[in-house]
Ligand binder design. Structure first.
Ligand SMILES: [Cu+2]
Length: 279
């Protein structure tokens, strides 16, 4: 009898602690980033608030919307934003960890169904204490790079950013390409330094114009629907064209500069590798 009672007390205690642990971390504002149809990989974001008095970490996530779910972070590598898997995401006691574009995120890989704006995706979150929570994340459209810009970060190069760049500029992105292939091109220290100096000055300017183009195009799109005057629409058009010209001119200078920095062999090698990728 005593044993049964003990077991019972233990069970209740365990159940209670599980309940308390589950409530210790609250999930705030979960959402999934809407992607163009056909995309098989999609990112989910949310905030995790830890009100308990012990550190917690998110160690695993699952969803019936994807074959595989991974915890990811973004890292800057050679000035390019890349993502990689992390073992866990820490939520220190009394603090909030925010997963957001350009930073930590949950990656849904191999979508099992099409996800449209407004759909709700269930994501099961599993914590290091074994507790679980289901985040109900609506699919939302978000502006690429917004999370990074809000923090005043000027570093760009995420997938959404590169898409905007491609849209805004018809020019080759040789600078990033050279950096990625620096070893193969056998760049020396001085050459790397010269490239970095150029990029530090001109990359932020180019990204600024890209932002102007994207936002002005949106104004133009909405303006014509809301009955903006032809003059106003003309002005927006000129802003877009002016920014495009600035980007193109800067990119031309960029290629000329690159040609001056690289020796003939390196330049030829670069053209060879680039032709293989740019097809
Ligand atoms: Cu990812």
């Amino acid at each position: 009898m005593k044993t049964i009672l003990n077991t019972l007390v233990m069970t209740i205690a365990l159940t209670l602690s599980a309940v308390v642990a589950a409530d210790a971390v609250s999930v705030i504002d979960p959402y999934v980033r809407a992607m163009p149809p056909g995309q098989k990989v999609i990112a989910a974001y949310l905030s995790l608030k830890n009100d308990s008095d012990s550190d917690r970490s998110l160690v695993h996530a699952e969803s019936d919307a994807a074959k595989n779910v991974e915890l990811h972070e973004h890292v800057l590598k050679n000035d390019m934003l890349q993502m990689r898997e992390v073992e866990k995401i820490n939520i220190a006691k009394g603090s909030t960890t925010t997963l957001k574009p350009g930073g930590l995120h949950i990656m849904l890989i191999g979508l099992t169904r099409a996800l449209n704006v407004g759909d709700i995706v269930d994501i099961k979150l599993i914590f290091d204490d074994g507790s679980e929570q289901i985040a109900k994340a609506p699919v939302k459209k978000i502006l690429a790079g917004m999370g990074m810009m809000k923090k005043g970060m000027s570093k760009k190069g995420g997938m959404g950013d590169m898409k905007q760049m491609k849209h805004a500029s018809p020019m080759p992105n040789l600078m990033g390409f050279v950096k990625k292939n620096a070893q193969q091109l056998t760049l020396n220290g001085d050459q790397m330094k010269a490239l970095k100096q150029w990029a530090d000055v001109h990359q932020p300017r180019i990204w600024k114009w890209v932002d102007v183009i994207i936002s002005t195009e949106k104004q133009l799109h909405d303006g014509v629907l809301k009955g903006a005057s032809r003059d106003e629409l003309d002005k927006m058009t000129l802003t877009i064209l002016d920014s495009r010209q600035k980007i193109i001119r800067t990119k031309i200078l960029c290629v000329e500069n690159l040609r001056a920095i690289l020796n003939t062999d390196q330049w030829n090698k670069l053209m060879e590798i680039y032709a293989g990728v740019a097809k």
